[in-house]
Write a protein that binds this ligand. Structure first.
Ligand SMILES: Nc1ncnc2c1ncn2[C@@H]1O[C@H](COP(=O)(O)OP(=O)(O)OP(=O)(O)O)[C@@H](O)[C@H]1O
Ligand SMILES: [Mg+2]
Length: 244
């Protein structure tokens, strides 16, 4: 059975048609990458799945249940965790306090101290447990966001550019951590990502968004040869790389 079914999602902001009929499926414990040019609607799609943005049309089915109109805190309780493209932490609170604080306003969900410590250990931040979140490096802030998301025992993690801005070593370590979460806890991953090398170390299944539509869904090896994908996304990236 599919863990997540996204069916024909439409969303406009004013006259800007950001998503125009996006569908995808992800099975329990599966990994799917979502790629595409800037502004193609990737973050909006994650926002709609987590519930912070409401779609104009279409449905979200999670774990066999239609969650299309549920609040974000209820979706989190059902098992949808997420991290943000720009990390959202409490800079003046410690690493431990950030994990103890509920992820959603008005939600009673927060882990015990013991569980929080385990999660911090799991993401490799034990040596920073008493430090202010504001003093952490970008890679450490991303680890802390993961610990916060894991505190709700998700079945699915939505990750918005978790590798962006990290050095190659940090990219490798976080990719290993995500792979462990999938293998040991069976957590499914939906990754919005521009760092294709890291993405492909976790999965070979991708969808490509362009101007709010899925222009490709399938395997990595077919994606890199797809004419439309090359035109809308890869071509520009390769040209940029060649030029730099
Ligand atoms: N809350 C909002 N209000 C108005 N417009 C929005 C809002 N959120 C997103 N948009 C617009 O929707 C479009 C898609 O944005 P989105 O952030 O989903 O793209 P993206 O694929 O995540 O891009 P990037 O790769 O740069 O992160 C953009 O034109 C953006 O300006
Ligand atoms: Mg985005």
């Amino acid at each position: 059975m599919s863990l997540l079914v996204v069916r024909d999602i439409h969303k406009s902001f004013g006259g800007n048609r950001v998503l125009r009929g996006v569908s995808l499926e992800l099975e329990e414990g599966g990994v799917l990458g979502v790629v595409g040019p800037n502004g193609s609607g990737k973050t909006t799609l994650l926002n709609i799945i987590s519930g912070v943005v409401r779609q104009d049309g279409g449905r979200i089915i999670f774990d066999g249940r239609d969650i299309s109109s549920l609040r974000p805190s209820i979706r989190a309780k059902l098992g949808i965790g997420r991290t943000f493209q720009i990390t959202r932490l409490f800079g003046n609170l410690t690493v431990l306090e950030n994990v103890l604080i509920p992820l959603h306003y008005g939600s009673p969900l927060s882990p015990s101290r013991e569980v929080a410590r385990e999660l911090i250990e799991m993401v490799g931040l034990s040596h920073k447990i008493g430090d202010r979140a504001g003093s952490l490096s970008l890679a450490q802030r991303k680890r802390l966001e993961l610990a916060r998301a894991l505190a709700l025992k998700p079945k699915l993690l939505l990750l918005d550019e978790v590798f962006a801005g990290l050095n190659p070593e940090a990219v490798r370590e976080i990719a290993q951590l995500l792979d462990r979460l999938r293998r040991e806890r069976g957590i499914a991953l939906l990754l919005v990502e521009h760092v294709l090398k890291a993405l492909f170390s976790l999965t070979d299944r991708v969808i490509v968004l362009s101007e709010g539509r899925v222009i490709f869904a399938g395997k990595r090896e077919d994606m890199v040869e797809d004419r439309e994908v090359i035109k809308a996304y890869l071509g520009e990236r390769y040209e940029r790389k060649k030029g730099s």
